[in-house]
Design a protein around this ligand. Sequence first.
Ligand code: URA
Length: 440
Amino acid sequence: MIFKNLIRKKRDGLALERGEIEFFVRGLADASIPPEQVAALAMAVFFRSMNFAECGALTAAMADSGVRLHWDELRGQGPVIDKHSTGGVGDKVSFLLAPIAAACGCFVPMISGRGLGHTGGTLDKLDAIPGYRSMPDVQAFRRVVASVGCAIIGQTDDLAPADRRLYAIRDVTATVESIPLITASILSKKIAAGLDSLVMDVKTGSGAFMESMDEARALARSIIGVAATTGLNTHAVITDMSQALGWNVGNALEIAESLAFLTGSAQEPRLAEVVFALVSEMLIMGKLASSHAEARKRAEAAVRSGEAAERFARMVAALGGPDDLLTRFPQYLPRAPLIEPIWPAAEGYVSSVDARAVGNLLVALGGGRRVAGEKLDLAVGFSDVAGIGARVGKGRPLAMVHARSPEQVERAAEALRAAMALSDQPCAAPPVVHEILVTT
Ligand code: URA
């Protein structure tokens, strides 16, 4: 096969055959196709798109380009299910969802990434827990999933290596924002991880990659449709990212909020809505509940009983973290030297938030990454961030900033005031769960 002909075919808007896509993925994995030709095909896909069959073939071939995990030892004990999010600001859902789903009978082998740009990364947040090993060997990963029910780790080099090369080339050629390429990238890693089912959290709003509802719906439909062609049972939930999720934004601060949630001391209602909506889909897909009402009841009971908190604690201890994190987390998590309120310029109700700007503010404080590989300040960020509809002013700041210096506090205060619009009139908070899409 001559690869240039495949590029031309896609450039002219024609669909590629399965064999042609497999040839492409082999060339990606063994680097026999040079980056300029990979980039040319990625750009052709960006403009001409792919149908579900093509995208399914790309997904399956990339899933097969490395090691594929199997969970045969768990057969009959419970469904193997994970969640993937398109990323957002203050998104600590994984730390709640994985142990809650495990406490309800799921096995959750969660393979997560690091943050880049305005969205945070699950592995960076876990770095705030001293000793936590997010890159264990595969045997340890399997052991923790089997014994605890969940483990959150980083992507190993041998999982979907073709996707890693394609993503690196897309990243520098302005071809990340292609729905079929995003779909194949996400699903190939999930299929390689050996899941029975997947729930996708597709975020929409000012802090999401898919800012408009139309874009979010298009990605959700693509993921559902392509997953169906590969046999991966998938539900997608479109959730709101028009403001930070939960109260805290920042690596250690988000772990602290997650532990407060799991131990029942403080549960931000919008965060709870997203978590319970996603866990409910997992329990339904895994046949552990027959209705949303039943699934929700089970998930809430897992938190109330302390079982979910216990699972999180066991996961942390099994992966090298402290075994008394639940009771002593304030002592373990890094803390910034300055914690100051940010007051609004006038009293009022928060009417809208530029959530992307809030994420970028965390980057400016040193808590998020500008370029891959950058070391982060895990302690900095914001806590008690006021949500849309909150009355701010006397006695209620916009947020508390956690920073290293008075200059940082000053800059963050000014920028946060600019990112949060106020109104004299009370405003309603936007809905948290917009739509649920399931494979038909
Ligand atoms: N996340 C992925 O894993 N891949 C993409 O292409 C985009 C987001």
